[in-house]
Design a binder for this molecule. Structure first.
Ligand code: ADP
Length: 481
């Protein structure tokens, strides 16, 4: 129980951690995205202003109005140092450094003797307008370099700087605001994550408690199924598993009881002839008994030993049939030949007559011939055993769809309806005393059932007391007529 609860705590902690991590990642992504986007937009607006101002200067150069830029390009001495810078501010725009106009050698024609970006200036000489970000005296500036045209030719390169400090400050403020907001967002996501997980895991706790309460004696209990969510599905699945475990337990319990009664029956069946052997050997060891008494005692002990031998042989056969080792040696078997051999083995010249009617001569099944002969021999010998001498036992072999049908009918004593369900059980005999007297062990029909089963077939019986019994074996055909 404690373990289950600590597990649920671990899951809650893990889910909360995941939740917080995902929110943190999302915040970082959003923060970086916003920062990049704001910086991009701000730079774009600086670039737009620089373009506008650059175009104004180009227009000024192209007109006949007095212009310090035009004068500079024509080599006419311009206004005092910084005059171009004041002009830029005079246009209503904020720039911390004055514009410069460079000649082909890189010399500043405005008289300020400054150069902001030599690489960009030489590019601009090829007629391109370009923007660069440079650091001047420790401050970052956006510099636009553009060619100034006069009479269709590049007469100089204009470089306009604009401080990006305002943009950087703005973006930094934004970042600080996001960083300040992050812990609050993370705390809220941890709190809601923990609460939601706790809520979501409540059914797990109730399932765990219900499972803990189920023991071997309460396997028929079932878990509560609430609602129709995934946890209800889990409860339904666990309930199905419990039903299977319960059925398996019941089956094992039944098998254990069967084994118990089988062991008790087997011990009892072997003890009876052992008692006979013990009693008769005691007689045989007595002195001065007539020779007939010794002979009688020894032959009784011999019969009892034979009986033990029969029982042990049958039990060993059942064990082999249960372990399915016989199926490994399966080969095609002609059913009518196996039946004919079984009838011959039962023919001891006494008792009811056995007749054979073969409709399907060449019905072949996959199997073990010895085992099939044993199956039919058991049925025919039972027929003879439980049928008066003036009765008859008829055996027939015929195809029935894709199966071979072997029927053993007798006109014997028949079996009570309530006994029919039990006669295939091990050691079951309708009339123990009579069956034992006639040599029956109560294992014959269970051997028949096992042999039919390993041949993927089955055996059924119908019977009427005083009229007779019919045993029908069906085995899948390998080939038919
Ligand atoms: P057993 O070796 O005692 O014959 P089986 O397993 O062969 O044991 O048969 C179980 C019981 O079924 C028998 O004790 C008998 O009462 C009954 N039985 C089997 N075959 C027949 C039959 N042909 N007619 C009547 N009863 C039968």
């Amino acid at each position: 129980m404690k373990r289950a609860i600590s597990m649920s705590h671990t899951v809650r902690a893990r889910l909360t951690l995941w939740n917080v991590s995902i929110v943190a990642l999302v915040l970082i992504a959003i923060g970086v995205g916003i920062r990049v986007q704001v910086a991009r937009v701000a730079l774009q607006s600086i670039d737009d202003r620089l373009i506008q101002f650059g175009d104004d200067i180009q227009r000024e150069v192209n007109t006949n109005q007095p212009s310090p830029f035009r004068d500079a390009l024509l080599g006419i001495p311009g206004p005092p140092r910084g005059g171009f810078g004041r002009m830029f501010r005079g246009h209503g725009r904020r720039s911390t450094l004055p514009p410069v106009i460079l000649d082909r050698s890189g010399k500043d024609l405005t008289g300020s003797w400054k150069l902001y970006d030599l690489g960009a200036a030489s590019e601009a000489w090829r007629g391109r307008r370009l923007f660069t970000t440079v650091t001047i005296a420790g401050d970052s500036y956006r510099v636009m370099s553009m060619p100034l045209m006069m009479s269709g030719k590049v007469a100089g390169v204009l470089q306009l700087p604009f401080s990006t400090r305002a943009v950087t400050t703005e973006v930094n403020h934004l970042t600080s605001a996001l960083i300040a907001f992050a812990p609050i967002a993370l705390f809220l996501s941890a709190l809601t994550g923990a609460l939601l997980t706790n809520n979501a895991l409540r059914p797990v706790r109730s399932i765990t408690q219900a499972c803990d309460a189920i023991e071997s004696g309460t396997l028929s209990d079932r878990l509560p199924v609430n609602g129709a969510d995934e946890f209800a599905g889990l409860s339904v699945t666990l309930n199905r598993m419990l039903a299977r475990i319960e059925a398996a337990f019941a089956q094992m319990d039944k098998a254990y009881r069967q084994l118990e009664s089988f062991t008790a029956d087997a011990s009892h069946e072997i003890r009876s002839p052992l008692t006979v052997i013990k009693a008769n050997t005691s007689i045989a060891m007595r002195d001065d008994e007539p020779i007939e008494t010794y002979r009688y005692a020894l032959s009784a002990a011999d019969r009892a030993a034979d009986r033990i031998d029969t029982i042990v042989e049958s039990l060993m056969l059942l064990a082999r049939l249960d372990s399915s080792v016989i199926t490994a040696s399966f080969a095609p078997v002609c059913v009518s030949s196996a039946v004919t051999r079984a009838i011959e083995l039962c023919d001891n010249g006494v008792g009811a007559v056995v007749s054979l009617n073969v409709v399907s001569q060449s019905a072949v099944v996959a199997g073990n011939e010895e085992m099939l002969v044993r199956l039919f021999e058991n049925l025919v010998s039972n027929g003879k055993r439980y049928t008066p001498a003036d009765g008859c036992v008829s055996v027939s072999v015929r195809p029935d769809g894709d199966q071979a049908e072997i029927r053993v009918e007798d006109t014997g004593v028949g079996i009570e309806p309530e006994q029919l369900a039990h006669i295939f059980e091990r050691f079951y005999r309708v009339d123990r005393a009579r069956a034992r007297e006639s040599g029956g062990t109560g294992l014959g029909l269970s051997i028949c059932k096992s042999i039919a089963a390993i041949h993927r077939g089955g055996i059924t019986v119908t019977s009427e007391v005083g009229v007779g019994s019919t045993f029908t074996v069906r085995i899948p055909l390998l080939q038919a007529d």
